[in-house]
Design a binder for this molecule. Structure first.
Ligand code: XBP
Ligand code: MG
Length: 253
């Protein structure tokens, strides 16, 4: 089947947002509310097992803070903390930006020039995606991505397949016409669950994850003059991840 669309995860895939972005914003929200919660780099790696910021806070308290007496309105408090966290995160992006990962801008441009359709499928909050794209990619990125499937738009977050299925439904495309980009085990379970061929580019938080069924596992997308490290699979005879490689992976059985 002809390849028509590329579907991208955001956090960890388009940009390394978790360690120096989301984590820092969570801690700023906790401090703002006078809570003695602090998520260091290692702990945050464990908390990433749960996708979604609100879900992650619930998990943290249940798993690591038996000493914390939850108020009756704890769910509301978590929602409020999460709004504060989103405010801190989007402000951080506005002030400094977090760069796109190696090869991302080049590949997006190549896909646009070739007339491929582009979409986002992420568990993060929609404002976070818009802010990242605007400040780290280009002012007009709302025109780049035809669908931004994000956050609570589907109740079951990754590893459930729902967010990818929702994005494809909006585009009226079947999985056979699409190709996905992910960085994590939960992300891959989601995209594979939706029937999508998927390329993995790892990062520090995900290099030890298992990636069954990925077309390849790479250090990054690469650039002219910088070949990515290949951890699983091969580069389809290309020097870095370009549309020729993606078309080859997409066409393979
Ligand atoms: C990303 C997430 C998100 C972010 C935080 O996972 O799990 O929850 O960490 O964003 P993926 P929010 O890359 O698989 O989409 O606080 O807005 O949820
Ligand atoms: Mg991710």
């Amino acid at each position: 089947m002809e390849l028509k669309a590329l579907l991208f995860d955001v956090d960890g895939t388009l940009a390394d947002t978790e360690r120096d972005g989301h984590r820092v914003a969570f801690n700023a929200a906790f401090a703002e509310y006078g809570l003695d919660w602090h998520w260091d780099v290692d702990l945050y790696g464990q908390l990433l097992a749960v996708t979604g910021g609100k879900e992650r806070m619930h998990y943290y308290v249940d798993r690591f803070r038996n000493d914390y007496a939850k108020p009756d309105d704890f769910t509301d408090l978590v929602a409020e903390l999460h709004r504060a966290k989103t405010r801190h995160y989007t402000r951080m992006l506005q002030e400094g930006g977090i760069p796109m990962r190696t090869g991302v801008v080049r590949l997006l441009n190549e896909a646009r020039e070739a007339g491929l359709r582009l979409a986002i499928a992420t568990t993060t909050t929609p404002e976070n995606v818009t802010a990242l794209l605007r400040h780290s990619l280009a002012d007009d990125t709302n025109d780049w991505f035809e669908v931004i499937a994000a956050g609570d738009i589907v109740p079951a977050k990754k590893p459930a397949a729902d967010i990818y299925l929702w994005a494809m439904q909006q585009m009226q495309l079947t999985p056979g016409a699409c190709f996905a980009f992910e960085d994590s085990e939960n992300g891959l379970r989601s995209s594979r669950g939706a029937g999508l061929k998927t390329l993995i580019t790892i990062n520090d938080y995900t290099r030890s994850h298992a990636f069954p069924g990925a077309v390849a596992v790479l250090s990054d997308l690469g650039e002219p003059g910088h070949m990515p490290d290949v951890l699983v699979g091969n580069l389809a005879d290309q020097p870095y991840v370009n549309l020729a490689a993606i078309r080859a992976w997409h066409a393979a059985d």
